[in-house]
Design a protein around this ligand. Structure first.
Ligand code: NAP
Length: 454
């Protein structure tokens, strides 16, 4: 029986399984943890069952049935509308379940982009209402699941749950087509700040009273007059927000025996936000991880250019230079810590270098909670066709298993995936780029991974 469940409106906690807890910053994981999942919109219906099959098989094999995950279905996006009713795109139940059970995983969710009033959760088309108000059915696919525009559910989840580190490991799998000559040389893990910078979401439109007020303030304090028709965005970066992110990156680097943590910033232009990020990053390394770290200056002045063993180099790079570095000298980089917007660009660019988002996993971590997720979108045109590549959410599952301390199962997932790709049994996206490859379905791909776990 699960331990003291919170009160849910509709969710029914599983009758068996136990809750993962956290004591003094360490997760305590029972052999039958309850793990909430969100299937996701669009191709979530294809990739989630495939991932669940792979994760369950890896756990069963790694621990001979002694351990298993007890899944708890929770709802967001289209599912939530269908289960909870009109406009309930992110029910409180879902947030409460993740807060309570601490470790969760999700598929992609539709995010309205443009300035329309409504969005269809089946095909992601954005549209305005007609004279009578909301459109009855989607103008694109005819679906009835059209809902009022909302802010990104992914961003809301990260903010409500204070998941301040977006963690994106990037590595290449042998055989995956890549636009660069040596994709194997890039093997990095990006810690991107997840709550501040442009993700704080503070913006005022051109022509608004708030924008005018801010422009007047800027003019009073700096003497600079902004163009009167400017929209204004606020980019806050705090010492506490930066330090907890860099702390997590350093803890990871030290625990995993990584070589380097690089602070990526645009401090040459934005001194009190991006530049301060760099300074606060070095401060955490010096004050909290002194004996475990060294700087580039110390490398030459104290260690004669020879890296001291067992210590992590902390250095920094300007963001634009970093984009060159990951292409030209990828093997010099290892763990990266960076503010939100730089990290957004850098993680997708690095993923492209190793074969694209289809194979890139992700996690959103707070002090206790870990929410693992596919990094690509809902790809609605492929939804329900059993063709899409499920690797991103499968590898996010592998990250989740590692986070739970079930590394043996995580290794089986990677082994199964590596061998399946090497055998060239792949989904359409890779098959069209790989000579002599056999095209398999989403579920068929998952089956091959399970077969190849050994
Ligand atoms: P997308 O869903 O990522 O899909 C764009 C294209 O990328 C697909 O048509 C497909 O290309 C390829 N692709 C994506 N995932 C793939 C996979 N697993 N396997 C193989 N190919 C894959 O981007 P979008 O169409 O711009 O966005 C659709 C919706 O998803 C939007 O509402 C967007 O806001 C949302 N979104 C959500 C997340 C998230 O939840 N984390 C992230 C990004 C976007 P081909 O058809 O050419 O093969």
């Amino acid at each position: 029986m699960s331990d003291q469940s919170p009160s849910f409106e509709r969710l029914v906690p599983p009758a068996d399984g136990h809750r993962i807890t956290c004591e003094n910053g360490r997760l305590c994981v029972p052999d039958d943890p309850i793990v909430p999942y969100i299937r996701g919109d669009g191709t979530g219906v294809d990739i989630w069952p495939a991932a669940q099959h792979v994760i369950d098989s890896a756990v069963a094999r790694a621990y001979s049935g002694r351990r298993r995950i007890v899944w708890l279905r929770t709802y967001a996006g289209l599912d939530a509308l269908q289960e909870y009713g009109k406009d309930a795109v992110l029910p409180a139940d879902t947030v409460r379940a993740i807060q309570h059970y601490l470790v969760a995983i999700k598929g992609p969710l539709t995010t309205p982009v443009g300035g329309y009033e409504y969005v269809c959760l089946e095909c992601a088309l954005e549209q305005n209402g007609d004279a009578s108000g909301a459109p009855g059915h989607c103008a694109g696919c005819g679906s009835e699941w059209v809902t009022a525009r909302f802010r990104s559910l992914n961003v809301t989840l990260r903010q409500v749950l204070d998941l301040y580190a977006c963690v994106r490991p990037v590595r290449w799998f042998r055989g995956v087509p890549s636009p660069v000559k040596h994709p194997e040389r890039l093997n990095i893990i990006i810690f991107r700040e997840n709550t501040e910078d442009v993700y704080s979401g503070i913006e005022f439109p051109s022509g608004s009273a708030e924008a005018a007020e801010l422009m007047a303030l800027v003019s009073r304090h700096t003497g600079k007059n902004l163009r009167a028709d400017s929209g204004i965005g606020v980019k806050p970066i705090s010492a506490s927000g930066t330090k907890r992110l860099v702390r997590k990156a350093l803890q990871h680097a030290i625990a995993q025996g990584r070589q380097t943590v690089t602070l990526v910033h645009k401090g040459n232009i934005m001194k009190f936000t991006e530049g301060a990020f760099r300074d606060w990053g070095y401060e955490v390394a010096r004050e909290e991880f002194g004996p475990d770290t060294f700087t580039e200056k110390e490398l030459w002045e104290e260690f004669g250019g020879v890296r001291p063993s067992g210590r992590v180099l902390i250095n920094d790079r300007i963001a634009d230079s970093m984009f060159q570095q990951v292409l030209l000298r990828p093997d010099e980089y290892d763990v990266v810590a960076t503010p939100n917007l730089n990290g957004d660009y850098l993680s997708d660019a690095c993923a492209a270098q190793t074969g694209g988002l289809g194979l890139a996993p992700g996690a959103n971590l707070g002090d206790e909670i870990g929410l693992f997720e596919a990094t690509h979108g809902t790809a609605p045109k492929h939804a329900g066709r059993n063709v899409i590549n499920p690797s991103s959410v499968i590898l996010s599952g592998k990250m989740m298993l590692d986070y739970m301390g079930w590394q043996e199962a995580g290794e089986l997932v990677v082994r199964g995936l590596e061998q399946t790709i090497e055998q060239k049994r792949v989904t359409y996206d890779l098959e069209r780029q790989m000579e002599g490859a056999e095209k398999v379905s989403t579920s068929g791909f998952a089956e091959c991974i399970v077969e190849n776990m050994g």
